[in-house]
Design a protein around this ligand. Structure first.
Ligand SMILES: [Zn+2]
Length: 337
């Protein structure tokens, strides 16, 4: 026990929140949010140069971190103030706070079906601030939304693939992957990585993809590296599990085959489709390769479909490993299982 290391619980608490008081000298130049400035608000939070006047009670009610911080005796919070409200400077994007506070004050949080209307931008803000400041309800809803977008089982993947995933209509593969990596939602990462390889070219992965608003959606160098290595492993897995059966007589023609020569010839024609370059997007495609089996006699088609489905299950099982992730059952969200 050393006397030279005093501890201060309030200070430790404040450190954990990463909040700092705004020095008066830099308060100038800040602008009031046109949307979130409540005249009877009793606290001002500032993100970048935007100030929001809100209520302590509301923030404390939804966020564990604010609740703890506001529990610190007032004199410790000190100055500066605007119209009697202390200012807290937060090191987050103003847009994230505008999104979250708009939801908090103007959103219909409990209305039926609203979750499906959450935009990508709002979901990102909910995940980011929800995790950092422990807005548990928002974090949980955003997690559900993200998990609904990026399936964690082959069954839900197949349903999603044939349906119409709302966020995939936009150019969102990189943004979804980035936010999952940023806040640590591991359960969606295998498919988030896979989607990039399925939908995007290597040129797009390296250079980024333009969003509708003209900005560029980009990946970090580390993520690009993971995708390059992942593509190599996915290709090997696809050759082995998805198309391997096309290379030998083990499956087609089958023992009950009714036209051996025709089925064998059809098998070679399908194999030729994957030569000289394999498209990894067939790895988990529930339809594409399955359609080609119409060229076989009925018993061979049945045998081939079984092998094909079995191969997809193997690829699914191995998918996390292609991207350097733990097994499906060991993936965690927000560091929790
Ligand atoms: Zn046959």
């Amino acid at each position: 026990m050393s006397e030279s290391q005093p501890t201060s619980i309030p200070n430790a608490k404040r450190k954990r929140t990463t909040m700092r008081l705004e020095p008066p000298s830099t308060a100038s130049g800040a602008t009031r949010s046109t949307r979130i400035w409540l005249e009877d608000g009793n606290v001002i939070i500032q993100a970048q140069t935007t100030q929001f006047r809100v209520h302590r009670g509301i923030l404390s009610r939804h966020s564990r971190v604010f609740k703890d911080m506001f529990a610190i005796p007032q004199p410790e919070l000190g100055e500066p103030v605007i119209e009697g409200c202390p200012i807290f400077r937060l090191f987050d994007a103003a847009q994230d706070w505008e999104n979250l506070l708009t939801l908090l004050y103007d959103g219909s949080i409990k209305s039926e079906g609203w979750m499906n209307d959450i935009s990508l931008g709002l979901m990102v803000s909910m995940l980011r601030l929800g995790k950092k400041y422990e807005f548990k309800h928002f974090r949980q809803i955003a997690l559900q939304r993200l998990r609904a977008e990026l399936p964690q089982t082959l069954e839900t993947w197949d349903k999603r693939y044939l349906g119409k995933p709302p966020l995939r209509d936009e150019e969102t593969e990189f943004d979804l992957l980035n936010i999952a990596l940023e806040v640590g939602v591991q359960t969606v990462l295998p498919i988030a990585f896979y989607w990039c390889l399925q939908d995007r070219t290597m040129k797009q992965i390296i250079r980024g993809i333009p969003r509708k608003d003209g900005t560029l959606s980009q990946l970090t160098q580390e993520t690009k590296n993971t995708l390059v290595l992942g593509k190599e492993r996915l290709s090997a897995g696809t050759v082995k599990h998805a198309v391997g059966w096309l290379k030998s007589d083990k499956c087609v023609p089958c023992a009950q085959c009714t036209s051996r020569d025709a089925c064998k010839a059809a098998r070679f024609r399908i194999l030729e489709m994957f030569w000289p370059m394999l498209n990894v997007s067939i790895a988990l495609d529930p339809v594409g390769l399955g359609l080609t089996m119409r060229k076989f006699c009925a018993p061979c088609a049945t045998a081939a479909r079984e092998v094909f489905q079995d191969g997809r299950k193997k690829i699914w099982k191995e998918l996390p490993s292609y991207f350097g992730l733990p097994r499906w059952e060991d993936l965690k969200d927000f560091d929790r299982k």
